[in-house]
Design a protein around this ligand. Structure first.
Ligand SMILES: [Zn+2]
Ligand SMILES: [Zn+2]
Length: 244
């Protein structure tokens, strides 16, 4: 299976990374809809699309507006956005306030539950993360392939069991190892902690996403130390296809 990284960054886009958006085109699944979501339409291979939102900070949702005509006149029937119920009003009333965007939402809004199956057959499990205002992690499985998407959280959250043994873990790493205290205060992770989580959960491969965009480099922070904790670690970058 293949995951496309369409936006590997957080907070704001930079030359290497648009903000949060990844896609498993064969499953018809999009993970978050940050500024990288403008790339979704060129990769659509399915009759419908499910967008799973971790939370509604702008770097994860601004790209919903880019998809207003994704399936032409049938967009509202074929595009489903899954978000925690507490986040629905901010999407429909704030992001789609007429002074910000002139059209009403052209998607179905679905309430995230603990466990559900998409009509593509993908099994989804959700788990809470630790981030200001809340965030949700996802474990996705189909045809014996599994991945977990964990972004905008301290790595102290109790989700190790929920992601145990997945083939691929996408985990945020906003800060370098030496900024652990700041990571905790702001609800983010360091590369070191992401590696520790990957090792504890015995995942197959770790791709780090959502680094501080002010470090605009293919490798924003060195991974040498983290690689001692978990060998199969790499940086996500826009345009990369990750096999799992
Ligand atoms: Zn973010
Ligand atoms: Zn956030």
């Amino acid at each position: 299976m293949e995951l496309l990284i369409l936006g590997a960054g957080g907070f704001h886009p930079n030359e290497h990374r648009h903000t949060a958006c990844s896609m498993i085109a064969d499953w018809g699944v999009v993970l978050d809809a940050g500024s990288g979501a403008f790339r979704v339409r060129q990769h659509v291979r399915t009759d419908s699309l499910d967008v799973l939102l971790s939370h509604t900070h702008l770097d994860h949702v601004v790209g919903l507006t880019f998809l207003f005509d994704l399936f032409g006149d049938e967009t509202a029937e074929r595009l489903t956005v899954h978000a925690a119920e507490s986040k629905h009003a901010v999407l429909t009333e704030s992001l789609y306030h007429r002074e910000l965007f002139p059209l009403a939402p052209t998607f179905r809004l679905s309430v995230l539950t603990g466990e559900f199956t998409l009509h593509s057959g993908v099994k989804v499990k959700t788990f809470p993360l630790d981030h200001p205002g809340g965030s949700v992690g996802f474990r996705l499985e189909r045809d014996g392939k599994s991945l977990a998407y964990v972004t905008d959280t301290t790595a102290a959250a109790e989700y190790t069991e929920a992601i145990r043994g997945v083939d691929l873990l996408l985990h945020e790493a906003y800060f370098p190892a030496e900024r652990a205290e700041l990571a905790n205060v702001t609800g983010h992770s360091t590369v070191q902690r992401a590696a520790e989580v990957a090792a504890a959960a015995q995942v197959g491969r770790l791709v780090c996403i959502h680094p501080d965009p002010r470090c605009d480099a293919a490798e924003p922070f060195a991974l040498n130390e983290a690689r001692r904790v978990f060998e199969h670690i790499e940086w996500g970058i826009d345009g990369v296809r990750v096999e799992f």
